[in-house]
Design a protein around this ligand. Structure first.
Ligand code: 5RP
Length: 219
């Protein structure tokens, strides 16, 4: 099976976690695009979606799924999103698609985070994938220096502006031994909007697409 077929497999499998009659939290990325496509088949049975990006909102609306303003939704039962890396405790690196800030906001609204990923995303330790950090423009150089202080090489994502008007730094060369502590530390730096470590908002479940089928990891 190709990587895209594995993504399609878990996108479809995630439908089992959607509770009829509720608002669904929808992430961003190529794996989620398969989920959105599958969700179209049960659009009459959900109360709408809260979306983590303009791109996902556009895809949802194109299927006739109502996208609700996150400020009008107090809780959602489940948030379904992909990951760039996920470890054995459900901690993730996210933000490869640049949507990390809205993804963390929707994850914060949700009772459960269901991660959908192909097996290449499962790692023992986070950090081989460059860690995205969304930054307010005037803090880019200072945050890059702070990341260098942690031993990372921070590269601005050229020509990319987030849905929130922020800039992105991708931090290469980190080996993240304590995801929760690093998330908390980077979050404190002035000018940082969001760091792409999801440890405080880790996955509750991961549906991992493998050549032997969908593996369900509980955390
Ligand atoms: C976007 C994300 C995505 O979930 C992550 O990049 C995985 O993407 P894909 O499903 O395309 O592999 O965090 O900001």
């Amino acid at each position: 099976m190709t990587q895209d077929q594995l993504k399609a497999l878990v996108g479809q499998a995630a439908l089992a976690y959607v509770q009829p009659g509720t608002v669904v939290g929808v992430g961003t990325g190529s794996t989620v695009n398969h989920f959105i496509q599958a969700l179209g088949a049960m659009k009459e049975r959900i109360a709408g979606a809260v979306s983590s990006s303009e791109e996902s909102s556009r895809r949802l609306r194109a299927l006739g799924i109502e996208v609700l303003d996150s400020n009008r939704v107090e809780r959602i039962a489940v948030y379904i999103d992909g990951a760039d890396e996920i470890d054995g405790q459900g901690h993730m690196i996210k933000g490869g698609g640049g949507a990390l800030t809205r993804e963390k906001i929707v994850a914060d609204l949700a009772d459960r985070f269901v991660c959908i990923a192909d097996e290449s995303k499962r790692v023992d330790r986070l950090g081989a994938y460059p860690l995205p950090v969304e930054v307010i423009p005037m803090a880019v150089a200072q945050v890059a220096r702070r990341l260098a202080g942690l031993g990372a090489q921070a590269k601005p994502r050229a020509g990319f502006i987030t849905d929130n008007g922020g800039h992105l730094l991708d931090a290469h060369g980190l080996s993240i031994t304590d995801p929760l502590a690093l998330e908390c530390e980077i979050n404190q730096w002035p000018g940082v909007v969001t760091v792409g470590i999801f440890a405080r908002h880790k996955a509750s479940v991961c549906l991992l697409g493998t050549t032997r089928g969908v593996q369900t990891l509980q955390f």
